[in-house]
Ligand binder design. Structure first.
Ligand code: ZN
Length: 200
């Protein structure tokens, strides 16, 4: 059963342009985070995230929700932060740390050689064999991150100047500045407006 502590995922959480980038944005903000900044607070949040992203069925998401391994949530968050450090560096035009990249490759390798992931189609990402297997879930997140690391157009990867969320700018003109105009774009306008008013 869902409860009112679950993160309610909406399309506004999936503005990154790639699931691996959306995954790094599973926090409220990257700038001046508060105590309740994390949006992944239970295995159910992780399962629901994959379901909303179209990467797991409801039944598969429920299997993730039931994962009892105490280290699972911490591993997912650690991976998210590692992945964020890689893509945030690329968005800033800097090389990512070799430790961060090494951890991604290491986790993905474990998932592949340990049987947690399977390859079904030649052109698709590896799939999770069992959704109640915490190592497989973590390995899956690593493989989508590695795929994004090689495949994403880096000159189009940006960080929102207001909240720090990452996104791939797929607009034709390549001038997207905000994670979303509705949230950060308009808030920035409103606060500039306020500053001006305060000056007078
Ligand atoms: Zn933003």
């Amino acid at each position: 059963m869902p409860n009112n502590l679950d993160t309610v995922w909406t399309r506004g959480h999936f503005i990154g342009g790639h699931p691996a980038v959306d995954f790094t944005n599973a926090v409220f903000t990257r700038h001046m985070p508060g105590d309740d900044n994390d949006l992944l607070n239970s295995p159910r949040d992780v399962g629901n995230w994959l379901h909303f992203a179209g990467l797991a069925t409801k039944a598969q998401a429920n299997a993730i929700s039931d994962i009892q391994a105490p280290a699972f949530l911490g591993s997912v968050r650690e991976l998210r932060e590692t992945s964020f450090s890689v893509f945030d560096a690329l968005a800033a035009g800097k090389p990512p740390s070799t430790e961060a990249l090494g951890l991604l490759f290491e986790r993905a390798a474990k998932g592949l050689s340990g049987g947690g992931l399977k390859l079904v189609e030649t052109d698709a990402a590896p799939q999770i064999v069992r959704f109640d297997d915490p190592k497989a879930i973590v390995a899956f997140f690593t493989t989508i991150s590695i795929e994004a690391y090689f495949a994403l157009p880096r000159e189009r990867l940006h960080a929102c100047p207001r909240c720090g969320w990452l996104f791939v700018d797929t607009s034709r003109g390549g001038r997207r500045r905000w994670c979303s105009m509705q949230t950060c774009g308009n808030r920035e306008k409103a606060s500039r407006h306020k500053e001006k008013a305060d000056d007078q």
